[in-house]
Design a protein around this ligand. Structure first.
Ligand SMILES: NC(=O)C1=CN([C@@H]2O[C@H](COP(=O)(O)OP(=O)(O)OC[C@H]3O[C@@H](n4cnc5c(N)ncnc54)[C@H](OP(=O)(O)O)[C@@H]3O)[C@@H](O)[C@H]2O)C=CC1
Ligand SMILES: N[C@@H](CC=O)C(=O)O
Length: 414
């Protein structure tokens, strides 16, 4: 029998316990052993009255001599970090879905796991139910990966889908994502793009064999996206997605998280709701995309239970390479792209004149009657640095009250 301690009984923790129960027979047949939940840690026992006799509010009941595998699905850094370290030192295998923890302390915890001859597995920390960590560490290891482009946050993708397809307002869509268990306990992490940046840092570190710190990734969230942006994106045959992109550029690495307008019919344009999509460019495999549910109870539990199976089948403490070399990513997009600009002004004609002088214009698209005080257009940009330089010139003209820009990509060029 394999004894499992679970830290956390929220969306993911309860999903893991339910899934182990639901598919217990099938797992027993596959593995030849029983998977038995020993104890489950929660913060507030009163909240869970009558739900399970295994609940406790004492961590030492879970990180216990009799336990073989500790599953950390509490979230946050404290006390999760201390609990995971304690479990590894006690030579327990550890599985986590906690990207905050993996992005901040992953390398140290992998090294500690190796030292103690146990596994530190984190499949659910990126892409929810999508198997992506093990493909990156094992199956795709023969490739030199040059680029990752991905939708990595289910909550923001759900919000943007609802705003686009059902004209739902941002706040209502966020509340729905919270109700469905997609959002973090502090959803700022989702909507400000930090969650996607953490996941991009985990994937990029594995892809490029150099530590990419999530705090050094250029991040823009979706809080400023409004119904007008969605309306203009639609007019252009586009949909707005929060994309996480990293790519090798000579000796450097570009890494950013941004809302981007992509073609409605393209590979990212069709990934809706809580689904994630992760596209790689490898020298042997070429382009490859993984799509699936990136958030939610059972999809995430599926990845956690997959890690249990992996540990039981291998049991050697080999899982997870330890990356020590650090790399600071650069933030500026170096390929041609377009910006949709929304410029607030009292003097539209002057602004249009200035834009025409500074930029090559693809399209002026505002509606005279509706879009009062705004000039809306799509302009061609050679690279981001030159684009910002031109914006500075535009702002210096004085009759501009504010500029909003959203990147538009025809394709994610390598
Ligand atoms: N939700 C999702 O779709 C996904 C989540 N994840 C990650 O999985 C982890 C868990 O997420 P989720 O299940 O949604 O979170 P929840 O907020 O739903 O659940 C957290 C659980 O941990 C318990 N907990 C939190 N802090 C403590 C503490 N200090 N001491 C004891 N127990 C504590 C809570 O106890 P109590 O119930 O008493 O409050 C609760 O049972 C997070 O790292 C998240 O980022 C990863 C992929 C997808
Ligand atoms: N809050 C996260 C949950 C999964 O990691 C998301 O919305 O993607």
């Amino acid at each position: 029998m394999v004894s499992i301690g679970v830290l956390g009984y929220g969306v993911v923790g309860s999903g893991v316990v339910d899934l182990l129960q639901k598919n217990g027979d099938k797992l027993r047949q596959k593995l030849g052993v029983d998977l038995n939940v020993f104890k489950i840690l929660v913060k507030n026992l009163d909240k869970h009255k009558g739900r399970s006799p295994l609940l406790t509010n004492k961590a030492e009941d879970v990180i216990h001599e009799k336990v073989d595998i500790v599953i950390e699905v509490m979230g946050g850094i404290d006390p999760a970090y201390a609990y995971v370290k304690k479990a590894l030192v006690m030579k327990k295998h550890v599985i986590t879905a906690n990207k905050d923890l993996v992005a901040a302390h992953g390398e140290e915890l992998m090294a500690l796991a190796r030292e103690n001859q146990v596994c530190f597995a984190y499949e659910a920390s990126v892409g929810g139910g999508i198997p992506i960590i093990r493909p990156m560490t094992d199956s795709l290891a023969a490739n030199d990966i040059s680029q990752i482009a991905a939708i990595l946050n289910g909550t923001t993708n759900y919000i943007l889908t609802k705003m686009y397809k059902e004209n739902m307002d941002y706040k209502a869509a966020l509340q729905e994502a919270q109700r469905l268990g997609f959002a973090e306990s502090n959803p700022e992490s989702d909507v400000m793009g930090y969650d996607a940046a953490r996941k991009l840092s985990i994937l990029s570190t594995l892809a490029y064999d150099q530590k990419i710190d999530w705090k050094e990734i250029d991040v823009e969230g979706i809080t400023h996206i409004d119904a007008q942006d969605i309306k203009y994106a639609k007019k252009l045959g586009c949909v707005i997605k929060l994309l996480a992109i990293s790519k090798k550029k000579g000796d450097g690495i570009f890494a950013a998280v941004r809302p981007v307008m992509v073609s409605e019919k393209g590979p990212f344009g069709q990934i809706d709701n809580e689904f994630n999509g992760i596209m790689f460019q490898g020298d042997a495999i070429g382009e490859m995309m993984f799509i699936g549910k990136g958030a939610g109870k059972l999809p995430t539990a599926s990845a956690v239970v997959g890690d249990i199976v992996h540990i039981v089948q291998n049991h050697k403490g080999k899982y997870g390479k330890v990356i020590v070399e650090r790399k600071q990513p650069c933030h500026k997009w170096e390929n041609p792209f377009q910006w949709m600009l929304r410029i607030k002004t009292d003097d539209r004609y002057k602004v249009m004149g200035s834009i025409s002088e500074l930029f090559s214009i693809n399209n002026f698209m505002f509606d005279d009657a509706q879009d009062k005080g705004e000039v809306i257009c799509v302009v061609e940009i050679e690279n981001e640095l030159s684009g910002y330089e031109k914006l500075r010139h535009l702002e210096a003209q004085g009759y501009i009250k504010g500029i909003k820009k959203i990147m538009k990509l025809e394709e994610i060029a390598s």
